[in-house]
Each structure stands twice: as structure tokens, then as C-alpha cells.
Design a protein around this ligand. Structure first.
Ligand code: OGA
Ligand code: ZN
Ligand code: ZN
Length: 387
């Protein structure tokens, strides 16, 4: 059998340990690996994951078998390890399956293997005011896939990066964002221009200070990554400020658990409206994942609608909101730096809140361009670069 097609994936699964013993049990096959680990695989699981060309279309490497189409009590007749070290199962109905040991180990679901996978998951690194901001070099990112990978890992795990040496031609942001993948267009364009405008359709397009916020909290799915590219910055002021929203949420959880709970539970509406569009999203400010970890912050005071919660909950919500904003203003969390022409920020918009100080348009021009890329694109590019 062609090993490359021996599993339903485009990745490679290195051999971690060879299969050494196969023990058939009533409802499962128990495998003992050369390093001593014992991994049970239920009959249904093995049949469901058969990688043969009848069960998986070899072109797409997607499954065509539906497990409901085989009897629930289907069991193996014979199980053995073949000369290439693969697990072979001859089923009672005549079907034959063959499992690559690297693939099988990578998907084993004994407690130890699952704990190992969890420990190997990317660890986000929470940061405060003293973060050494990871800085990357534009020509390297455009030409070297390893430099690209290192940048994307920093975006994923730290959520704030700077790139230097970017051309200051308008539109040049596009090519570096596309090193990741598709740009996410919005009502502000594929690229948006951050400039003080008389007919501004957002406070972002004035010279006002912008308090710490995420962009597009008005959408069901906030953009995962945000880029801000400086073309011109001759005006006094306008420094960029960042905080790690996850670090602030975790601090709130410790220092004021009820405020934390209120921000996880009570939905708040964010709105963005102009003459042609009207976007509104009702969601809590802090979102948690299935493990109870903070997975997203949604915040922009200037886009917030009036709070709408019960009479009993209203004071609790205001108190929690104040506590959160007060934390974002504490120097221990804030990183401040002025962006110069040819530099850009790339950060996790669902985690890292950003702000800018007011600037004085009378002292000179200021022109940034920005765009968004979804988090899925980042994660996919990282996996492809690692193949
Ligand atoms: C924005 C924004 C920051 C800046 O446009 O949403 O946050 O420095 N701009 O102008
Ligand atoms: Zn099959
Ligand atoms: Zn913004």
C-alpha cells in the first residue's frame, strides 16, 4: 500500500513507537506499543477510521463511509501486525483495514495520549506592560517561509507583533496580509484608511483618542487578526496602546469573580451604523471556551448600545464594566509605542485590545491603512507551513 495514502490526511505522522502486541477484547482491540503504552481502540472507532480507498476518497482524503452503514456490533475476525508494522484488521463482514502506526499513535485516545496532546497544544503567553514586543522584518516574511512561520506563531501565542521595513506605498499591506491568506473585507473596505475625515463614519476616522477596543465587535464573528500599517505619521500624538485582554480578564477573575461572571453572562449590544449599513451584535464582553478559559474579548465603548438587562442586574453590569475598563487603564497592563512610517502592527483582534492617543492634525498628516484576516486562516497557514 502507498504509505502516503494510508491515512485520511495530508500531514505526515512520524513513527513515535512501533506496535508490539495486539490483544483482541470483547468490544475493542488493545494495542501495546514498544515503549510500553497501552492504547485501546473500540471496534466502532477502528471501523469508522478505516483509511482504505473504499472508505476514504484518496483524492480529497475525506471519508465516504458513514459508520451507521455498518452493523453496530461488527467485530474483527483477525487482528495482526504486518511486516511494515501496520495494524491489520480483517472484519467479520470481509472488509479489511490497515492502520499506519504513526497515524494510530497520533490519534490514540488512552488517558496518557490524550493528556499528552492537551499538553502539546499551543500555550498562549499572557503579557503585561513589560512585554518585549516581537518584531519581524518585512523582506524576510515575504521571502522566507520559516520567518513567516515564526511570525505567525508569535501572533497566535502572544497576540501582538510588529513588522518593520514595510514599503510606505498605499496598498502594500495587502501583499503581506495575503502571505497568510484571504483578507476579510468589511463595510470599511478590503483595506481601510485610518485618517481624520470631516465625514467620518466612525470615531476611528477622527483625531480623537480611541479607548482600548476590539474592531468590529458589532459582528457575530469579530475579525481574528488586525493589521495597522503606518504610511505617514507627522502629527503630534497618536501613539498606539495595547493590552492583553486575556491577562486583564484573568486578573478580573481573581480580583473580582462576580464582575468577571457578570461580563461572561450578560450580553451587551455593539452597534455600527451609517447611511448604508446597520450592524448590531448582542454578546457578552468575555467569552469562555469549553475548558473555561477566556477565548475572546469583545469591547469598544464607542460602539456600545445602551445596556439592556434586568433591573436587578443593571447595577451589577455597570460595576463589572467599570472594573474591566479600570483594569485596562492600569499601567501594569499597558504597552505604548508610536508607530513610524514603514512599520505595522499585527495583533489578535479577539484578544489584544488596542487604543490610540488623540493626535493633532494641525501639526502634520497621519495616514494608516488597516485590514483583517480571520483566525482560521492564521491557524491553517501555520499547519500547512509545518507539513
Ligand atoms: C481603528 C484604530 C488606531 C490608530 O481604526 O480602529 O484603532 O492608531 N486605529 O489610528
Ligand atoms: Zn475501509
Ligand atoms: Zn481599532
Amino acid at each position: 500500500m502507498n504509505t502516503a495514502a494510508a491515512f485520511a490526511d495530508f500531514r505526515r505522522y512520524p513513527l513515535i513507537s512501533a506496535l508490539s502486541v495486539v490483544t483482541p477484547l470483547a468490544d475493542r482491540v488493545q494495542v501495546t506499543w514498544a515503549d510500553g503504552r497501552v492504547s485501546p481502540f473500540h471496534h466502532a472507532w477502528l471501523r469508522d477510521n478505516c483509511p482504505c480507498p473504499q472508505c476514504v476518497y484518496s483524492v480529497t482524503r475525506e471519508q465516504v463511509l458513514e459508520i451507521v452503514d455498518v452493523p453496530a456490533d461488527l467485530a474483527p475476525d483477525v487482528t495482526r501486525i504486518d511486516s511494515e508494522g501496520c495494524l491489520c484488521v480483517d472484519w467479520q463482514d470481509g472488509h479489511q483495514s490497515r492502520f499506519d502506526p504513526g497515524w494510530l499513535r497520533a490519534h490514540a485516545y488512552d488517558d496518557q495520549s490524550r493528556a499528552e496532546r492537551l499538553a502539546g497544544k499551543p500555550r498562549r503567553q499572557l503579557w503585561r506592560h513589560d512585554l518585549p514586543i516581537p518584531v519581524f522584518d518585512y523582506p524576510a516574511l515575504m521571502n522566507d517561509s520559516d520567518a513567516l512561520l515564526q511570525w505567525l506563531l508569535a501572533v497566535r501565542d502572544i497576540g501582538l507583533t510588529q513588522v518593520r521595513g514595510v514599503p510606505t506605498e498605499p496598498g502594500s499591506l495587502k501583499s503581506i496580509a495575503q502571505r497568510i491568506s484571504f483578507i476579510r473585507e468589511s463595510n470599511f473596505g478590503v483595506l481601510f484608511n485610518v485618517q481624520s475625515k470631516a465625514d467620518a463614519d466612525s470615531n476611528a476616522y477622527t483625531a480623537f483618542n480611541l479607548p482600548l477596543h476590539s474592531d468590529l465587535p458589532t459582528r457575530e464573528l469579530q475579525p481574528g487578526l488586525q493589521f495597522l500599517h503606518c504610511l505617514v505619521n507627522d502629527a503630534d500624538g497618536g501613539e498606539s496602546i495595547f493590552v492583553d485582554g486575556f491577562a486583564i480578564a484573568e486578573t478580573l477573575r481573581q480580583e473580582d469573580p462576580d464582575a468577571f461572571a457578570a461580563l461572561c453572562e450578560i450580553p451587551v449590544e455593539f452597534r455600527n451604523k451609517d447611511r448604508h449599513s446597520d450592524y448590531r451584535c448582542l454578546a457578552p464582553i468575555i467569552a469562555l471556551d469549553t475548558l473555561g478559559q477566556v477565548s475572546e474579548i469583545r469591547m469598544a465603548n464607542f460602539l456600545r448600545g445602551p445596556f439592556d438587562t434586568s433591573v436587578e442586574q443593571m447595577p451589577r453590569l455597570y460595576q463589572a464594566y467599570r472594573r474591566f475598563i479600570a483594569l485596562t487603564r492600569e499601567p501594569r497592563f499597558r504597552v505604548m509605542q508610536r508607530l513610524e512610517p514603514g512599520q505595522l502592527w499585527c495583533f489578535d483582534n479577539r484578544r489584544t485590545l488596542h487604543a490610540r492617543n488623540a493626535f493633532d492634525p494641525a501639526t502634520g498628516a497621519r495616514h494608516f491603512q488597516g485590514c483583517y484576516v480571520d483566525r482560521d486562516e492564521l491557524l491553517s497557514r501555520i499547519l500547512v507551513l509545518r507539513r
